[in-house]
Ligand binder design. Structure first.
Ligand code: IPE
Ligand code: IPE
Ligand code: MG
Ligand code: MG
Ligand code: MG
Length: 287
């Protein structure tokens, strides 16, 4: 699994590097590269390739779609670390983008990464109908019904008593939707309408699992190893499953969620092996 993840991360970075190299040179390219390229796990790209494997989708196309997703993800992290949001100074083992380049530059580099994702999708060598579907879905997963909406709720829920259902739906928005896009994109490329809803759901669940484990890592992890400050959610009064149900119950919840996802994948048999390996990795990872 680690070997495959590394290869996908390498291929994604190669594509992003050359895409940025071919852009018009501006002052923002440097902070954009800083927030985008070094250190990220590229787990969303891995999921795109894993789902693509089930449906025999073209690898190079999937890497480019993954690159677009990683741009959105990097933008969301740059903004997530800003003083008006989580106010974090460490990201991927180095200074967060606003600490390195200043707040205004970080905001603008984030905006530019957000828009460049759609430029990447527009340039894909696919028929226009498919491209429009990808662009439309990625917009929905990133904006007020996805990441931005979820981030709004995450901040709004701080220091409040929030019921389980609301915490889950906030986490699905802020993190799950981009995973849902990643799981649906290969089906859109292959024009497979039959399984689209199923992978929307599976993507939401994998994203939720990913965020729950991120919260567990924040609770127990070592900042040096994780590459970002830990034990911050408690201090900030973030509404998480840990704050509501406790650490042990959250672990139980993640294990059950994984079993549920695996059950939904059973009909794909061996073809879903890579995807299942990635899900296992998401659950047991320590960074
Ligand atoms: C961190 O995402 C933010 C969350 C959505 C929990 P990742 O853990 O995928 O961050 P990188 O890309 O590997 O740094
Ligand atoms: C971030 O969640 C989710 C995003 C959509 C960016 P967190 O705030 O928990 O992510 P980290 O822990 O700072 O990476
Ligand atoms: Mg946050
Ligand atoms: Mg944060
Ligand atoms: Mg976190």
């Amino acid at each position: 699994m680690k070997k495959k993840l590394n290869k996908i991360a390498r291929d994604t970075n190669l594509f992003l590097n050359s895409f940025l190299y071919n852009q018009k040179k501006t002052e923002l390219i440097k902070p954009m590269r800083y927030g985008l390229l070094p250190g990220g796990k590229k787990i969303r790209s891995k999921l795109i390739v894993d789902v693509g494997k089930i449906f025999k989708t073209n690898y190079k196309t999937l890497i480019k779609i993954g690159a677009a997703v990683e741009c959105i993800h990097a933008y969301s992290l740059i903004h997530d670390d800003l003083p008006c949001m989580d106010n974090d100074s460490l990201r991927r083992g180095k200074l967060s983008t606003h600490k390195k380049f200043g707040e205004a530059t970080a905001i603008l580099a984030g905006n530019s990464l957000l828009t460049i994702a759609f430029e990447i999708l527009s340039n894909l060598n696919l028929n226009n109908n498919i491209k429009i579907k990808l662009i439309s879905l990625l917009s929905k997963c990133s904006g007020h019904t996805g990441i931005a909406g979820g981030q709004f709720l995450d901040l709004n829920f701080e220091k409040k008593n929030i019921p389980l259902k609301k915490i889950i739906s906030m986490q699905i928005k802020k993190t799950g939707k981009l995973f849902s896009f990643s799981c649906m994109a290969p089906l859109i490329v292959s024009n497979n309408k039959k399984n689209l809803k199923k992978f929307d759901k599976i993507g939401n669940d994998i994203g939720l699992l990913f965020q729950l484990v991120d919260d567990l890592i924040d609770y127990t992890g070592n900042s040096k190893k994780v590459g970002k400050k830990t034990k911050k959610d408690l201090k900030k009064g973030k509404a998480t499953l840990i704050s509501l149900l406790g650490y042990e119950n959250t672990i139980k919840y993640t294990k059950n969620l994984k079993l549920k996802i695996f059950k939904n994948l059973d009909i794909f048999g061996d073809k879903a092996k890579d995807l299942k390996n990635t899900i296992n990795y998401i659950l047991i990872r320590s960074k």
